[in-house]
Ligand binder design. Sequence first.
Ligand SMILES: [Zn+2]
Length: 261
Amino acid sequence: MPVPRRYVTDAIVLSRFDLGEADRVLTLITPEFGKLKAIAKGIRRPTSRLGGSLEPFAELTVALARGRTFDVVTEVRVGHAWLGLRDRLESAATAWYLAELADRSLEERHAAEPLYALLRRAYELLDADMAPGRVARWYEMHLADELGQRPEVDRCVECDRMLEASETFRWVPPLGGVLCGRCPGPATDRTALSLEALKLLKAYQRLDIEALAALRLAPSVEREVEAAMRDFMRVALERDPRSLAFLDEVRSGHAARPAAV
Ligand SMILES: [Zn+2]
C-alpha cells in the first residue's frame, strides 16, 4: 500500500546502528508496512525527546514522516516493554537471534502481519520465562511455514511414502525435510535423525505453545532438533545468522554483553 507522508504504526526494533554524531538508523518490523528503515535524529544526545524508548525487545508505537533515504522518527511510545526478557542474557541473546531471522526473511516494505505477530508472541514467551530453546524452535518452525518452506516430517521428501517408526531417517534440509531409509538421496548434506528427534520436530509443527512448554525431553533430543533446525534455517535463508555465535557464547557461559546489546 502507498505510505502516507506522516503515519503512525506499531513496531519492534530488529536492529540498529549509529550514524554520524548523534543519529541512529533502525530497522523496524511493522504489521502493516513490513520491514522498514527509519532514522532517529539526535537520539544519542542526552536531551533527545526520543531518549531511551526506541529500544529493541519492546512493542512500540512510532510516528514517522516520509524521508528521502529513511523515514524519520518523530515520536515514540512504549506499548509493551518485555523487561523479563532483557534480564536474562540467554533470553536476550535468543531475542536477537529471532529478530535477525525476521530481518533476513523480509523484503522491505512488504506487509508482514503474520511475522510481526510471530515475533511478538515469541517475545512474550521469552518474557514469561519459557525455555529460550523451545521458543526458538517453535519460532523457527512457524517462520519456515510463513516462508512457504514448512519442513516435511511426515513423508519421505524423495519417494513421498509415509514415514514409519521402524525405519531409519535422515535429515536433508536442501530437500526440505526427512528422507526415508530406502531412498539414497544426495551423497552429502544428510544427517541421521533419531525417531525421538523426528517426533519432536512433528510436535513443534502440531502442538500449541502450552503443550510444548510442558513436554519432558531428554537434553540430547533437544540438541539434535536444535542442530536440525539451524541447518534448515541456514538453507532456507541461504546464510548463517550472525547472532548465533553470540547465543552460543552466552550458553557456554563465556559471554560479556556486547556494546550493541
Ligand atoms: Zn523415500
